[in-house]
Design a protein around this ligand. Structure first.
Ligand code: ARG
Length: 469
């Protein structure tokens, strides 16, 4: 960044120059140059409208638009000189435009303020970011859906069975596909949150001017339409002073971040030697510089940890916005970095999992064995008694006793003897216990949304239908 100084665009009433430290503190160009494309789009729409309503003549509009295009070309080429003394993206571009086309550049800012300028730039950026994350969330969802299909083995093989947990204690067997579909459901809502947020923020604040609107005969509907917004914001104070569109975006990122962090934790845990349920691909794991045997789940761990900064960005902006009086305050310049950071972070994690999950190998033997342990079919045994008319609470007590007996003697339920079973309840026998397989347990859970293969197939079909839309 260059540190030369020329007269400030707002310098009219000032007789002293800005202190170097104050200039450094005030400047946002180091990060808001990321809004350069949006800023120039906003200016092009604004200047075209100024021409349409007769505020500028067509020669002036031509000159300014052509100048803006040369500036845009330089920015894209990386040859634009960003200057700290020009404070932010808006004044860097405008001052450079003036360097190139002369005083007529000063007419661009007619009927506009940096307050509505930054608000429109940032809305354009955030709306695009929300739609991009919606697409990337959808791509991960499609990958998880095809993993769900793959492990259901429509080709006649066995469906992969996983222990389902509550409290991280084995609870009941489930299909691995059912587990995948749980994440598909979460991601579908995540995508929806980004799309909802994009729809709600689809209003142009341009023309709100500093805060109160403008006496110039501008056409806010025209600029809104030219910039691809559904409509202009209805209130000028709200247009320049509100950042809930950014908060909503950060909120959607935070919730998605939480989901991705839970997924990460499960993958990390299940890839350990002790669980042995899955192997992550070499391409997305790393080694240790001292322990030759190590294969560390760094990508998944970082994905788990990145949720922290994504939550922090939401909390940060909520705290910035809280307590600021209407309309614009410079505090609001703090709105951008968190949005950029959450966008980049979540985008990266989505892309990584989209690559990594299809390459992750599940060990069906290990997951099935684990699913059968820990008395995971005890509920099925209690249901067996309850179906025969025993009140469920009593059945629960009887089976609890059998689990106690089995665990004291380090056996599984199906290893109990006929005598032990029928002593617990006359309706029970070793044969009943032998029928308590994990496959039978899974197949029996036919309730809507349950883990039975038919139900999971329905979930998959419904999710596919939604994805094809
Ligand atoms: N760089 C400023 C921001 O990001 C632009 C708006 C400045 N407006 C003002 N009145 N100082 O918020």
């Amino acid at each position: 960044m260059t540190r030369t100084t020329d007269k400030k665009l707002w310098g009219g009433r000032f007789s002293q120059s800005t202190a170097p430290l104050a200039e450094l503190f005030n400047a946002s160009v180091g990060f808001d140059q990321r809004l350069a494309e949006q800023d120039i789009r906003g200016s092009l729409a604004h200047v075209a409208m100024l021409g349409q309503v007769g505020i500028l003549d067509s020669g002036e509009v031509e000159q300014i638009s052509a100048g803006l295009h040369t500036v845009l070309a330089d920015i894209r080429a990386g040859s634009f000189e960003w200057r700290l003394d020009r404070e932010d993206v808006h004044m860097n571009i405008e001052a450079t435009l003036r360097d190139r086309i002369g005083p007529v550049a000063g007419k661009l800012h007619t009927a506009r303020s940096r307050n509505d300028q930054v608000a429109v730039d940032f809305r354009l950026f955030t709306k695009e970011a929300a739609l991009d994350l919606a697409e990337k969330t959808r791509a991960l969802r499609a990958v998880m859906l095809s993993e769900a299909e793959k492990h259901l083995s429509s080709d006649g093989g066995e469906a992969v069975i996983l222990p389902g947990y509550t409290h991280l204690q084995v609870a009941q067997p489930i299909l691995l596909s059912h587990w995948f579909m749980a994440y598909v459901a979460m991601l579908e809502r995540d995508e929806g949150r980004f799309r909802d947020a994009a729809t709600r923020m689809d209003e142009s604040p341009l023309g709100s001017s500093a805060l109160a609107g403008t006496p110039w005969p501008i056409d806010r509907h025209a600029t809104a339409a030219a910039l691809g917004f559904a409509r202009p914001t209805a209130n000028s104070l709200d247009g320049v002073g509100s950042r809930d569109f950014a908060l909503e975006f950060l909120g959607a990122c935070a919730i998605l971040g939480a989901h991705l962090s839970r997924l990460s934790e499960e993958l990390i845990l299940y890839s350990t030697f002790e669980f042995g349920f899955l192997s992550m691909p070499d391409s997305h794991t790393t080694g240790s510089s001292i322990m030759p045997q190590k294969k560390n789940p760094d990508v998944a761990e970082l994905a788990r940890g990145k949720a922290g900064r994504v939550f922090g960005n939401l909390m940060g902006l909520l705290t910035v916005v809280k307590g600021t009086p209407l309309a614009y305050n410079k505090d609001l310049q703090e709105d951008k970095e968190g949005v950029f950071d959450s966008y980049d972070t979540v985008s990266m994690v989505l892309r990584l999992y989209t690559e990594m999950l299809p390459e992750t190998v599940w060990h069906a033997e290990a997951t099935r064995t684990a699913a059968a342990r820990g008395y995971s079919t005890a509920t099925d045994l209690a249901d067996f008694l309850a179906r025969a008319g025993v009140p469920f609470r009593e059945a629960h007590e009887v089976v609890g006793g059998l689990v106690g007996l089995a665990s004291r003697s380090e056996r599984q339920l199906w290893e109990l003897t006929d005598a032990e079973m029928s002593a617990a309840h006359p309706l029970l026998s070793a044969r009943v216990a032998a029928e308590l397989t994990v496959e039978a347990s899974v197949a029996g859970r036919l309730s809507y949304g349950g883990t039975a293969p038919e139900r999971v197939r329905e979930q998959i079909a419904a999710a596919k239908g939604e994805l094809d839309d």
